[in-house]
Design a protein around this ligand. Structure first.
Ligand SMILES: *Cc1c(COP(=O)(O)O)cnc(C)c1O
Length: 522
């Protein structure tokens, strides 16, 4: 009996048809989310490696010893390029590591381990401290740390950054340090503005006080070590850095699902693990959050590391660096726009130049929308007010990858043309937009005022539909062609309401029955 009632080729063709509607993952037209080496053989190699590992369960590296071998190889490479190798003769603790499913998991595990180290020292140690520990980080730290604080019960203490430079003052971070701080997080560089935080200064202080310091190099970890220009020291060379995350599915060019978390000191790292024999099944020992897990992304990363070696990474990073300079020069030459701060590495953020008259300014969100129409997808980032009242500007983000070099000239032209098309158009006024939308609601402005974060899912969907973001109850999501008004809503509506609406939007996208869902037939 042939179990398959449809030809494999036919099913794969259907997936290919679905994929055709996606944003293009290759070719350099999408400047976020995807990290295209531009080297087709590398993608083929990764696919081959992942395929070989497809049946394996990464849960148990003693049963599937290939997993142990490749994880050790990947951690070893990361530890070497991030300068965490030591023979112990300098008295430094050994750096160990884990391969995780991605940056968010690496960051979350760093927080979990630091919390448990802190608890061990402050509770079991006799201090009997029952406070929730604090996590100190600049406003620009990745949202994964908000998630970690929420999941693991830490108080998130955000330090405002300098709105012009995008990084915090070292002293402002050091001022927050006290004995309830379980972890300080700094970025190398930050995602929103590509700022390299003042890690050296803060690391020295943390080391002195025995406070853990995580360097989030999720985006920079496999690019900055090969960067052509000299950078300030930010990695494991600094003894105060107790953990560091680096994503292989970014500038390691691996398929999604692989990152590394390095930790200084075996004993510190053991707090990352979960183990139990307290059930009648197999003894569970998990270094990461998942139980059963794929080994494909690990194998793909391992294969890419072996194929490229340091010289390959250096060459690819050089391409990203040259493309970044070309784009920086192009943007520097555009009246009405400015690059935020001093970006480090292959990414940057662009804001309106407030130094010129309004009619000469280019709103970064209108600019991104004009670029989208021209076939280039840049990422819109909302402006926000920091705890000290200072404002971070709305920006547009560009993540530059090796493939960008091959389109850098074309893209530069598009950046200029899009700016010319929208120069002088004022930013969407969020307050006006919200008032208009509120007036159009069945219940009028009172309905919006009454809407709170504890909307039920139907009320949230109705609100999204009234805003034109969702087609009725069936849940057809239709993102508008222009995203500037959506960002204006994000900037203007109360954050808990926006967050609730976004949850609804994303949940409806995957609900069976929506027109976007492709239902397998019975
Ligand atoms: C991408 C990123 C993360 C989160 O990584 P995911 O792989 O998306 O989970 C964390 N920090 C920084 C700086 C990042 O760029």
């Amino acid at each position: 009996m042939n179990l398959l009632r449809r030809e494999a080729a036919d099913i794969l063709a259907e997936i290919a048809a679905l994929r055709a509607a996606d944003a293009p993952t290759h070719g350099g037209r999408v400047l976020s989310y995807v990290y295209d080496s531009g080297v087709a053989e590398l993608d083929e190699l990764a696919a081959g490696a992942a395929r070989l590992m497809q049946p394996v369960n990464g849960l148990d590296p003693t049963t599937f010893t290939s997993v142990a071998a490749m994880e050790a190889g990947v951690v070893g490479f990361a530890r070497r390029i991030l300068h965490g190798e030591s023979d112990g003769s300098d008295g430094a603790e050994v750096v160990v590591g884990s391969v995780t499913s991605g940056g968010t998991e690496s960051c979350m595990l760093a927080v979990k381990a630091a919390r448990d180290v802190w608890r061990a020292a402050n509770r079991a140690g006799g201090a009997g401290d029952t406070r929730a520990p604090r996590l100190v980080a600049p406003t620009t730290a990745h949202a994964a740390f908000h998630k970690a604080a929420e999941y693991f019960g830490l108080r998130l203490d955000l330090v405002p950054v300098d709105p012009a430079g995008g990084a915090p003052e070292a002293a402002a971070v050091v001022d927050r340090l006290d004995d309830d701080v379980a972890l300080v997080v700094l970025s190398a560089p930050s995602y929103p503005f590509a700022a390299l935080d003042p890690i050296e200064e803060i690391a020295a202080n943390c080391a002195e006080r025995g406070i853990a310091l995580h360097v989030d190099a999720c985006i920079g970890g496999f690019a900055l070590p090969f960067w052509p220009q000299r950078l300030r020291t930010w990695d494991l060379r600094l003894p105060g850095v107790t953990s560091l995350s680096a994503d292989l599915h970014k500038y390691g060019y691996a398929p999604k699902g692989v990152s590394v978390l390095l930790t200084r000191g075996r004993d510190r790292q053991r707090h990352q693990y979960f183990a139990t024999t307290g059930w009648p099944g197999y003894p569970v020992v998990n270094p990461t959050m998942a139980g059963s897990k794929p080994a494909g992304p690990l194998a793909a990363a391992w294969a890419i590391i072996h194929a490229l070696g340091d010289s390959g990474f250096t060459e690819l990073t050089g391409r990203s660096a040259r493309a970044t300079s070309v784009l920086r020069r192009a943007i520097d030459g555009i009246d009405g726009l400015r690059i935020v701060g001093e970006p480090v590495g292959p990414l940057l953020a662009v804001a309106a130049d407030e130094g010129v008259a309004q009619e000469l300014r280019v709103d970064p969100h209108h600019w991104a929308d004009a670029l989208r129409t021209a076939g280039w997808q840049l990422q819109l980032q909302p402006g926000m007010v920091q705890a000290d009242g200072t404002t971070l500007p709305p920006t547009t983000h560009l993540t530059v990858t090796p493939v960008t070099e091959s389109v850098a000239g074309e893209l530069s032209g598009a950046l200029v043309a899009a700016a010319d098309a929208v120069r002088g158009v004022p930013p969407v006024d969020g307050a006006v937009l919200v008032a208009e939308l509120a007036a159009g609601l069945p219940g009028g402005p009172a309905a919006l005022a009454a809407a709170s974060a504890d909307l039920d899912s139907d009320a949230a969907a109705d609100l999204l539909a009234a805003f034109g973001l969702l087609g009725g109850h069936a849940g057809t999501v239709a993102l508008p062609a222009r995203l500037a008004p959506v960002l204006a809503l994000v900037e203007t509506l109360p954050a808990p309401l926006t967050e609730r609406l976004l949850v609804e939007l994303l949940a409806r996208v995957v609900e069976p029955g929506g027109s976007q869902a492709s239902r397998p037939s019975r």
